[in-house]
Design a protein around this ligand. Structure first.
Ligand SMILES: Nc1ncnc2c1ncn2[C@@H]1O[C@H](COP(=O)(O)OP(=O)(O)O)[C@@H](O)[C@H]1O
Ligand SMILES: N[C@@H](CC(=O)OP(=O)(O)O)C(=O)O
Length: 457
Protein backbone atom coordinates (compact mmCIF):
# COMPACT_ATOMS: atom_id res chain seq x y z
CA UNK A 1 0.00 0.00 0.00
CA UNK A 2 1.12 3.55 -0.77
CA UNK A 3 0.10 6.79 0.91
CA UNK A 4 0.10 9.75 -1.48
CA UNK A 5 -0.04 13.36 -0.32
CA UNK A 6 -0.88 16.12 -2.76
CA UNK A 7 0.13 19.67 -1.86
CA UNK A 8 -1.74 22.89 -2.58
CA UNK A 9 0.05 23.39 -5.89
CA UNK A 10 -1.29 19.99 -7.06
CA UNK A 11 -4.87 21.01 -6.27
CA UNK A 12 -4.86 24.66 -7.29
CA UNK A 13 -7.45 24.30 -10.09
CA UNK A 14 -9.57 21.77 -12.02
CA UNK A 15 -6.77 20.88 -14.43
CA UNK A 16 -4.47 20.01 -11.51
CA UNK A 17 -7.17 17.88 -9.86
CA UNK A 18 -7.62 15.95 -13.10
CA UNK A 19 -3.89 15.18 -13.08
CA UNK A 20 -4.16 13.93 -9.51
CA UNK A 21 -7.17 11.80 -10.46
CA UNK A 22 -5.18 10.21 -13.30
CA UNK A 23 -2.31 9.46 -10.89
CA UNK A 24 -4.70 7.64 -8.55
CA UNK A 25 -6.25 5.71 -11.45
CA UNK A 26 -2.77 4.76 -12.68
CA UNK A 27 -1.74 2.93 -9.50
CA UNK A 28 -4.12 0.75 -7.49
CA UNK A 29 -1.64 0.74 -4.60
CA UNK A 30 -2.30 4.44 -3.95
CA UNK A 31 -4.98 3.61 -1.42
CA UNK A 32 -4.77 6.53 0.98
CA UNK A 33 -4.74 10.05 -0.42
CA UNK A 34 -3.99 13.05 1.79
CA UNK A 35 -4.86 16.45 0.35
CA UNK A 36 -4.05 20.10 1.05
CA UNK A 37 -6.20 23.15 0.38
CA UNK A 38 -5.89 24.68 -3.13
CA UNK A 39 -2.63 26.63 -3.42
CA UNK A 40 -1.48 29.40 -5.72
CA UNK A 41 -2.39 29.18 -9.43
CA UNK A 42 0.07 31.91 -10.35
CA UNK A 43 2.76 33.92 -8.55
CA UNK A 44 0.61 36.60 -6.91
CA UNK A 45 -2.42 34.39 -6.29
CA UNK A 46 -3.69 33.69 -2.75
CA UNK A 47 -3.65 30.22 -1.17
CA UNK A 48 -7.05 29.19 0.20
CA UNK A 49 -5.50 28.82 3.69
CA UNK A 50 -4.36 32.45 3.55
CA UNK A 51 -7.87 33.51 2.45
CA UNK A 52 -9.36 31.67 5.43
CA UNK A 53 -6.87 33.35 7.77
CA UNK A 54 -7.79 36.74 6.29
CA UNK A 55 -11.49 35.92 6.76
CA UNK A 56 -10.80 35.16 10.43
CA UNK A 57 -9.00 38.48 10.88
CA UNK A 58 -11.95 40.34 9.36
CA UNK A 59 -14.35 38.68 11.78
CA UNK A 60 -12.09 39.31 14.77
CA UNK A 61 -12.01 42.99 13.84
CA UNK A 62 -15.81 43.07 13.80
CA UNK A 63 -16.15 43.14 10.01
CA UNK A 64 -18.42 40.52 8.44
CA UNK A 65 -15.96 39.06 5.93
CA UNK A 66 -18.77 38.10 3.53
CA UNK A 67 -16.79 39.25 0.50
CA UNK A 68 -13.87 36.99 1.38
CA UNK A 69 -16.16 34.10 2.17
CA UNK A 70 -17.74 34.57 -1.24
CA UNK A 71 -14.31 34.36 -2.90
CA UNK A 72 -13.49 31.14 -1.01
CA UNK A 73 -16.82 29.55 -1.95
CA UNK A 74 -16.34 30.63 -5.58
CA UNK A 75 -12.85 29.16 -5.68
CA UNK A 76 -14.22 25.66 -4.90
CA UNK A 77 -17.47 26.09 -6.85
CA UNK A 78 -15.49 27.02 -9.99
CA UNK A 79 -13.18 24.03 -9.60
CA UNK A 80 -16.17 21.72 -9.06
CA UNK A 81 -18.01 23.16 -12.08
CA UNK A 82 -14.91 22.92 -14.31
CA UNK A 83 -14.58 19.29 -13.24
CA UNK A 84 -18.17 18.59 -14.35
CA UNK A 85 -19.53 17.80 -10.88
CA UNK A 86 -23.33 18.02 -10.82
CA UNK A 87 -25.27 20.75 -9.04
CA UNK A 88 -26.14 18.65 -5.98
CA UNK A 89 -22.47 17.76 -5.49
CA UNK A 90 -21.47 21.43 -5.79
CA UNK A 91 -24.10 22.48 -3.26
CA UNK A 92 -22.92 19.80 -0.81
CA UNK A 93 -19.39 21.18 -1.04
CA UNK A 94 -20.19 24.88 -0.84
CA UNK A 95 -22.72 24.38 1.97
CA UNK A 96 -19.99 22.82 4.09
CA UNK A 97 -17.79 25.91 3.61
CA UNK A 98 -20.61 28.30 4.48
CA UNK A 99 -20.85 26.64 7.90
CA UNK A 100 -17.89 28.79 8.96
CA UNK A 101 -20.37 31.68 9.39
CA UNK A 102 -21.61 30.07 12.59
CA UNK A 103 -18.13 29.90 14.11
CA UNK A 104 -17.54 32.60 16.70
CA UNK A 105 -14.14 34.12 17.57
CA UNK A 106 -13.09 32.93 21.03
CA UNK A 107 -10.67 34.34 23.57
CA UNK A 108 -7.97 31.74 22.95
CA UNK A 109 -8.34 32.18 19.20
CA UNK A 110 -8.90 28.44 18.88
CA UNK A 111 -11.55 29.12 16.28
CA UNK A 112 -8.77 30.05 13.85
CA UNK A 113 -7.78 26.39 13.62
CA UNK A 114 -11.36 25.36 12.87
CA UNK A 115 -11.41 27.98 10.09
CA UNK A 116 -8.09 26.94 8.55
CA UNK A 117 -9.11 23.28 8.52
CA UNK A 118 -12.02 24.07 6.20
CA UNK A 119 -9.56 24.43 3.29
CA UNK A 120 -8.23 20.86 3.41
CA UNK A 121 -11.58 19.43 4.51
CA UNK A 122 -13.34 20.86 1.45
CA UNK A 123 -10.54 19.66 -0.86
CA UNK A 124 -10.97 16.12 0.45
CA UNK A 125 -14.76 16.14 0.00
CA UNK A 126 -14.38 17.50 -3.52
CA UNK A 127 -11.67 15.07 -4.55
CA UNK A 128 -13.59 12.04 -3.23
CA UNK A 129 -16.57 13.11 -5.36
CA UNK A 130 -14.30 13.46 -8.40
CA UNK A 131 -12.81 10.00 -7.94
CA UNK A 132 -16.26 8.42 -7.65
CA UNK A 133 -17.42 10.28 -10.78
CA UNK A 134 -14.43 8.77 -12.58
CA UNK A 135 -15.19 5.21 -11.56
CA UNK A 136 -12.78 4.98 -8.62
CA UNK A 137 -14.60 3.89 -5.48
CA UNK A 138 -13.55 6.43 -2.87
CA UNK A 139 -14.64 7.72 0.53
CA UNK A 140 -13.94 11.03 2.26
CA UNK A 141 -12.67 10.29 5.77
CA UNK A 142 -12.73 12.98 8.43
CA UNK A 143 -9.59 12.94 10.68
CA UNK A 144 -11.86 12.43 13.72
CA UNK A 145 -13.34 9.27 12.17
CA UNK A 146 -9.86 8.16 11.11
CA UNK A 147 -8.72 8.55 14.72
CA UNK A 148 -6.15 11.31 14.22
CA UNK A 149 -6.09 12.49 17.82
CA UNK A 150 -3.92 15.43 18.84
CA UNK A 151 -3.20 17.84 21.65
CA UNK A 152 -1.49 21.22 21.66
CA UNK A 153 -1.96 24.89 21.13
CA UNK A 154 -3.37 26.52 17.99
CA UNK A 155 -1.32 25.74 14.91
CA UNK A 156 0.99 23.41 16.82
CA UNK A 157 -0.78 20.05 17.01
CA UNK A 158 1.08 17.03 18.46
CA UNK A 159 -0.27 13.53 18.03
CA UNK A 160 -1.46 11.70 21.12
CA UNK A 161 -0.06 8.33 22.15
CA UNK A 162 -2.22 5.49 20.86
CA UNK A 163 -3.17 7.39 17.69
CA UNK A 164 -0.96 5.28 15.46
CA UNK A 165 -2.74 2.07 16.50
CA UNK A 166 -6.15 3.54 15.70
CA UNK A 167 -4.97 4.95 12.35
CA UNK A 168 -3.49 1.55 11.43
CA UNK A 169 -7.06 0.26 10.97
CA UNK A 170 -7.40 2.45 7.86
CA UNK A 171 -5.47 -0.20 5.96
CA UNK A 172 -8.44 -2.60 6.30
CA UNK A 173 -10.72 -0.42 4.20
CA UNK A 174 -11.45 -1.61 0.64
CA UNK A 175 -12.13 1.72 -1.10
CA UNK A 176 -9.64 4.55 -1.66
CA UNK A 177 -9.63 6.92 1.28
CA UNK A 178 -9.34 10.67 0.83
CA UNK A 179 -8.23 12.34 4.07
CA UNK A 180 -7.78 16.08 4.62
CA UNK A 181 -4.27 16.99 5.75
CA UNK A 182 -3.16 19.70 8.20
CA UNK A 183 -5.40 19.01 11.23
CA UNK A 184 -6.55 16.55 13.85
CA UNK A 185 -9.00 16.51 16.76
CA UNK A 186 -8.49 16.60 20.50
CA UNK A 187 -10.34 13.86 22.43
CA UNK A 188 -12.89 16.58 23.33
CA UNK A 189 -13.60 17.14 19.63
CA UNK A 190 -11.74 20.42 19.10
CA UNK A 191 -9.84 20.96 15.83
CA UNK A 192 -6.11 21.73 16.12
CA UNK A 193 -3.98 22.32 13.03
CA UNK A 194 -0.31 21.54 12.56
CA UNK A 195 2.02 24.43 11.70
CA UNK A 196 1.89 25.88 8.18
CA UNK A 197 2.61 23.34 5.46
CA UNK A 198 1.43 20.64 7.88
CA UNK A 199 -0.40 18.38 5.42
CA UNK A 200 3.02 16.79 4.90
CA UNK A 201 2.83 15.80 8.59
CA UNK A 202 -0.61 14.19 8.28
CA UNK A 203 0.62 12.15 5.30
CA UNK A 204 3.73 11.00 7.15
CA UNK A 205 1.77 10.01 10.28
CA UNK A 206 -0.73 7.98 8.27
CA UNK A 207 1.98 6.37 6.13
CA UNK A 208 3.79 5.32 9.31
CA UNK A 209 0.60 4.06 10.99
CA UNK A 210 -0.48 1.83 8.09
CA UNK A 211 3.11 0.70 7.37
CA UNK A 212 3.00 1.98 3.77
CA UNK A 213 5.65 0.70 1.38
CA UNK A 214 6.30 4.32 0.43
CA UNK A 215 5.03 7.80 1.29
CA UNK A 216 4.68 9.70 -1.98
CA UNK A 217 4.72 13.44 -1.46
CA UNK A 218 3.52 15.12 -4.66
CA UNK A 219 4.42 18.76 -5.23
CA UNK A 220 5.38 21.08 -8.13
CA UNK A 221 9.11 20.41 -8.58
CA UNK A 222 10.83 17.46 -10.28
CA UNK A 223 12.97 16.84 -7.22
CA UNK A 224 14.44 18.43 -4.14
CA UNK A 225 17.15 20.77 -5.43
CA UNK A 226 20.50 21.16 -3.73
CA UNK A 227 19.72 24.84 -3.06
CA UNK A 228 16.41 26.73 -2.84
CA UNK A 229 15.54 27.44 -6.52
CA UNK A 230 14.65 31.04 -5.70
CA UNK A 231 18.40 31.59 -5.05
CA UNK A 232 19.94 29.31 -7.71
CA UNK A 233 17.32 28.58 -10.40
CA UNK A 234 19.42 25.84 -12.06
CA UNK A 235 20.48 24.13 -8.81
CA UNK A 236 21.43 20.46 -9.17
CA UNK A 237 18.69 17.93 -8.36
CA UNK A 238 19.12 15.56 -5.43
CA UNK A 239 18.20 11.94 -6.14
CA UNK A 240 18.58 10.54 -2.64
CA UNK A 241 18.88 11.99 0.85
CA UNK A 242 19.01 10.41 4.28
CA UNK A 243 16.39 11.31 6.86
CA UNK A 244 18.94 13.24 8.90
CA UNK A 245 20.20 15.20 5.88
CA UNK A 246 16.65 16.21 5.00
CA UNK A 247 15.92 17.08 8.62
CA UNK A 248 18.82 19.56 8.67
CA UNK A 249 17.89 21.00 5.28
CA UNK A 250 14.18 21.41 6.01
CA UNK A 251 15.08 23.02 9.35
CA UNK A 252 16.78 25.83 7.46
CA UNK A 253 14.56 26.65 4.54
CA UNK A 254 13.90 23.65 2.29
CA UNK A 255 10.16 24.29 2.50
CA UNK A 256 9.46 21.57 -0.05
CA UNK A 257 9.01 19.06 2.81
CA UNK A 258 7.93 19.96 6.36
CA UNK A 259 10.62 19.36 9.01
CA UNK A 260 8.13 17.70 11.39
CA UNK A 261 7.10 15.21 8.70
CA UNK A 262 10.39 13.31 8.89
CA UNK A 263 10.14 11.78 12.34
CA UNK A 264 7.07 9.56 11.77
CA UNK A 265 8.55 8.22 8.50
CA UNK A 266 12.00 7.77 10.06
CA UNK A 267 10.66 5.89 13.11
CA UNK A 268 8.62 3.52 10.98
CA UNK A 269 11.34 3.22 8.31
CA UNK A 270 9.00 4.39 5.53
CA UNK A 271 10.82 5.82 2.50
CA UNK A 272 9.58 9.25 1.45
CA UNK A 273 9.46 9.95 -2.28
CA UNK A 274 9.10 13.59 -3.32
CA UNK A 275 7.57 13.75 -6.80
CA UNK A 276 6.10 16.18 -9.30
CA UNK A 277 2.35 16.02 -10.05
CA UNK A 278 3.05 17.94 -13.26
CA UNK A 279 5.78 15.54 -14.36
CA UNK A 280 5.29 12.14 -12.72
CA UNK A 281 7.88 10.59 -15.04
CA UNK A 282 10.63 12.59 -13.33
CA UNK A 283 12.84 10.66 -10.91
CA UNK A 284 11.99 12.75 -7.85
CA UNK A 285 13.93 12.55 -4.59
CA UNK A 286 13.91 9.59 -2.22
CA UNK A 287 14.49 10.09 1.48
CA UNK A 288 15.84 6.93 3.02
CA UNK A 289 17.80 5.65 6.02
CA UNK A 290 21.12 5.26 4.18
CA UNK A 291 22.58 6.28 0.85
CA UNK A 292 25.85 5.51 -0.95
CA UNK A 293 28.65 7.71 0.40
CA UNK A 294 30.11 8.13 -3.10
CA UNK A 295 27.55 10.79 -4.03
CA UNK A 296 29.60 13.90 -3.19
CA UNK A 297 30.52 15.48 0.12
CA UNK A 298 27.68 17.99 0.30
CA UNK A 299 24.08 17.10 -0.54
CA UNK A 300 22.51 20.52 -0.12
CA UNK A 301 22.85 24.04 1.22
CA UNK A 302 19.96 25.66 3.06
CA UNK A 303 19.51 29.07 4.62
CA UNK A 304 17.03 30.87 6.81
CA UNK A 305 16.89 34.38 8.23
CA UNK A 306 15.08 35.73 11.29
CA UNK A 307 17.48 34.73 14.07
CA UNK A 308 19.22 36.72 16.77
CA UNK A 309 22.16 35.95 19.02
CA UNK A 310 22.49 36.79 22.71
CA UNK A 311 26.22 36.84 23.36
CA UNK A 312 27.35 36.62 26.99
CA UNK A 313 30.96 36.96 28.30
CA UNK A 314 32.21 36.26 31.80
CA UNK A 315 35.80 35.70 32.81
CA UNK A 316 36.31 32.12 34.14
CA UNK A 317 32.88 31.04 32.94
CA UNK A 318 34.35 27.58 32.36
CA UNK A 319 34.94 27.15 36.10
CA UNK A 320 31.53 28.37 37.26
CA UNK A 321 29.39 25.34 37.95
CA UNK A 322 25.78 25.81 36.83
CA UNK A 323 26.35 28.96 34.74
CA UNK A 324 24.90 27.51 31.53
CA UNK A 325 21.93 26.02 33.37
CA UNK A 326 21.07 29.30 35.08
CA UNK A 327 21.40 31.20 31.80
CA UNK A 328 19.12 28.82 29.96
CA UNK A 329 16.69 28.77 32.86
CA UNK A 330 16.11 32.50 32.39
CA UNK A 331 15.09 31.75 28.81
CA UNK A 332 12.89 28.87 29.93
CA UNK A 333 11.09 31.03 32.46
CA UNK A 334 10.38 33.53 29.70
CA UNK A 335 9.04 30.70 27.47
CA UNK A 336 11.77 31.21 24.84
CA UNK A 337 12.94 28.11 22.98
CA UNK A 338 16.58 28.32 21.92
CA UNK A 339 18.05 26.95 18.71
CA UNK A 340 21.83 26.69 19.29
CA UNK A 341 24.36 27.50 22.01
CA UNK A 342 27.89 27.82 20.61
CA UNK A 343 30.38 28.29 23.46
CA UNK A 344 33.95 29.47 24.10
CA UNK A 345 36.02 29.33 27.32
CA UNK A 346 34.60 32.55 28.72
CA UNK A 347 31.60 33.12 26.50
CA UNK A 348 28.38 31.62 25.34
CA UNK A 349 25.97 32.62 22.56
CA UNK A 350 22.34 31.68 22.49
CA UNK A 351 20.68 31.72 19.12
CA UNK A 352 16.92 32.24 19.14
CA UNK A 353 14.30 32.99 16.52
CA UNK A 354 13.25 36.66 16.49
CA UNK A 355 9.65 35.50 15.95
CA UNK A 356 9.44 33.97 19.46
CA UNK A 357 10.37 37.24 21.17
CA UNK A 358 7.24 39.04 22.26
CA UNK A 359 7.08 42.75 23.11
CA UNK A 360 9.70 43.57 25.77
CA UNK A 361 10.77 39.93 26.29
CA UNK A 362 14.37 40.42 25.21
CA UNK A 363 14.79 43.44 27.48
CA UNK A 364 13.45 41.42 30.43
CA UNK A 365 15.80 38.54 29.68
CA UNK A 366 18.85 40.80 29.38
CA UNK A 367 17.97 42.55 32.62
CA UNK A 368 17.75 39.24 34.49
CA UNK A 369 21.02 37.92 32.99
CA UNK A 370 22.78 41.09 34.13
CA UNK A 371 21.26 40.98 37.60
CA UNK A 372 21.53 37.28 38.33
CA UNK A 373 24.67 36.13 36.52
CA UNK A 374 27.06 39.04 37.06
CA UNK A 375 28.36 38.87 33.49
CA UNK A 376 31.18 41.05 32.09
CA UNK A 377 29.42 41.80 28.82
CA UNK A 378 26.17 41.02 27.05
CA UNK A 379 25.42 41.87 23.45
CA UNK A 380 22.55 41.09 21.12
CA UNK A 381 23.03 40.74 17.36
CA UNK A 382 19.80 40.96 15.40
CA UNK A 383 18.98 39.97 11.80
CA UNK A 384 21.14 36.88 11.62
CA UNK A 385 20.78 34.20 8.94
CA UNK A 386 21.84 30.60 9.42
CA UNK A 387 23.39 28.72 6.53
CA UNK A 388 23.46 24.92 6.74
CA UNK A 389 25.88 22.98 4.57
CA UNK A 390 24.64 19.40 4.78
CA UNK A 391 25.95 16.03 3.61
CA UNK A 392 26.65 12.55 4.98
CA UNK A 393 29.92 12.69 3.02
CA UNK A 394 31.31 15.25 5.50
CA UNK A 395 31.62 12.45 8.06
CA UNK A 396 34.43 10.82 6.13
CA UNK A 397 36.03 13.72 4.26
CA UNK A 398 38.58 16.30 5.32
CA UNK A 399 38.45 20.02 4.57
CA UNK A 400 34.75 20.75 4.05
CA UNK A 401 34.75 23.42 6.78
CA UNK A 402 37.89 25.04 5.39
CA UNK A 403 36.44 25.09 1.91
CA UNK A 404 33.19 26.65 3.08
CA UNK A 405 34.94 29.27 5.22
CA UNK A 406 37.30 30.12 2.37
CA UNK A 407 34.47 30.64 -0.09
CA UNK A 408 32.72 32.99 2.35
CA UNK A 409 35.99 34.85 2.96
CA UNK A 410 36.53 35.27 -0.79
CA UNK A 411 33.04 36.79 -1.01
CA UNK A 412 33.93 39.22 1.79
CA UNK A 413 31.26 37.77 4.06
CA UNK A 414 31.89 38.07 7.78
CA UNK A 415 31.15 34.83 9.65
CA UNK A 416 29.57 35.65 13.03
CA UNK A 417 29.46 32.07 14.21
CA UNK A 418 30.40 28.55 13.14
CA UNK A 419 28.87 25.40 14.56
CA UNK A 420 29.48 21.84 13.47
CA UNK A 421 26.43 19.74 14.35
CA UNK A 422 27.21 16.86 16.68
CA UNK A 423 25.77 14.56 14.02
CA UNK A 424 28.65 15.73 11.77
CA UNK A 425 26.38 15.80 8.74
CA UNK A 426 26.09 19.55 8.86
CA UNK A 427 28.09 22.71 9.19
CA UNK A 428 26.28 25.82 10.30
CA UNK A 429 27.35 29.41 9.70
CA UNK A 430 25.75 32.47 11.22
CA UNK A 431 26.02 35.54 9.02
CA UNK A 432 24.20 38.87 8.57
CA UNK A 433 20.82 38.52 6.87
CA UNK A 434 21.77 40.88 4.06
CA UNK A 435 24.58 38.48 3.03
CA UNK A 436 22.36 35.38 2.99
CA UNK A 437 21.72 34.98 -0.74
CA UNK A 438 25.28 35.87 -1.73
CA UNK A 439 26.66 33.39 0.82
CA UNK A 440 24.52 30.56 -0.50
CA UNK A 441 25.48 31.37 -4.08
CA UNK A 442 29.21 31.32 -3.22
CA UNK A 443 28.95 28.09 -1.24
CA UNK A 444 27.05 26.54 -4.14
CA UNK A 445 29.89 27.52 -6.49
CA UNK A 446 32.44 25.98 -4.13
CA UNK A 447 30.70 22.68 -3.47
CA UNK A 448 28.85 22.01 -6.69
CA UNK A 449 30.18 23.85 -9.72
CA UNK A 450 33.90 23.95 -8.81
CA UNK A 451 33.71 20.40 -7.47
CA UNK A 452 32.24 19.22 -10.77
CA UNK A 453 34.96 20.94 -12.80
CA UNK A 454 37.61 19.34 -10.60
CA UNK A 455 36.12 15.89 -11.12
CA UNK A 456 35.72 16.23 -14.90
CA UNK A 457 39.30 17.48 -15.40
N1 LIG B 1 15.61 22.92 -2.06
C1 LIG B 1 14.42 22.97 -2.66
N2 LIG B 1 14.12 22.12 -3.66
C2 LIG B 1 12.93 22.19 -4.27
N3 LIG B 1 11.96 23.08 -3.96
C3 LIG B 1 12.21 23.96 -2.97
C4 LIG B 1 13.44 23.93 -2.27
N4 LIG B 1 13.40 24.90 -1.32
C5 LIG B 1 12.22 25.50 -1.42
N5 LIG B 1 11.48 24.95 -2.42
C6 LIG B 1 10.13 25.38 -2.81
O1 LIG B 1 9.15 24.46 -2.35
C7 LIG B 1 8.06 24.50 -3.25
C8 LIG B 1 7.17 23.30 -3.04
O2 LIG B 1 6.70 23.25 -1.72
P1 LIG B 1 5.23 23.76 -1.36
O3 LIG B 1 5.02 25.16 -1.89
O4 LIG B 1 4.95 23.52 0.07
O5 LIG B 1 4.38 22.80 -2.29
P2 LIG B 1 2.99 22.08 -2.09
O6 LIG B 1 1.96 23.15 -2.27
O7 LIG B 1 3.00 21.08 -3.20
O8 LIG B 1 2.99 21.45 -0.74
C9 LIG B 1 8.72 24.58 -4.59
O9 LIG B 1 7.88 25.14 -5.56
C10 LIG B 1 9.95 25.45 -4.33
O10 LIG B 1 9.69 26.79 -4.65
N1 LIG C 1 -2.83 24.51 3.44
C1 LIG C 1 -1.95 24.50 4.58
C2 LIG C 1 -1.28 23.15 4.79
C3 LIG C 1 -0.35 22.64 3.71
O1 LIG C 1 0.36 21.66 3.92
O2 LIG C 1 -0.36 23.27 2.52
P1 LIG C 1 0.68 22.96 1.28
O3 LIG C 1 0.63 21.47 1.00
O4 LIG C 1 0.13 23.76 0.14
O5 LIG C 1 2.08 23.40 1.70
C4 LIG C 1 -0.94 25.65 4.46
O6 LIG C 1 -1.01 26.41 3.50
O7 LIG C 1 -0.14 25.83 5.35
Amino acid sequence: MKVAKFGGTSLANAEQLRKVCRLIQADSKRRIIVVSAPGKRYKDDMKVTDMLIAYGQHREEGRNGEELLGLIVDRYANIARDLGLDQSQIVRITDAIEQIRILEPDENLRWRDALKAVGEDTSARLFAELLNNNGVQAAYVNPMDAGLLVEGTCGDARILPGTMDILAKLSNREERLVIPGFFGYTPEGRIVTFSRGGSDITGAIIAAAVGAEVYENFTDVDSVLSVNPSIIPDAAPIRELTYREMRELSYAGFTVYHEEALLPAFRAGIPVWIRNTNNPAAEGTRIVAERPSSDGVVAGIASAGGFCSIYVTKYLMNREIGFGRRLLQILEENRIPYEHTPTGIDNMSIIVRESVLGEGTLERVIQRIKQELDVDDIRVVHRLALIMVVGEGMLSSVGAAARAAQSLAEAGINIQMINQGCSEVSLMFGIREEDEKRAVAHLYEAFFREAKVAISR
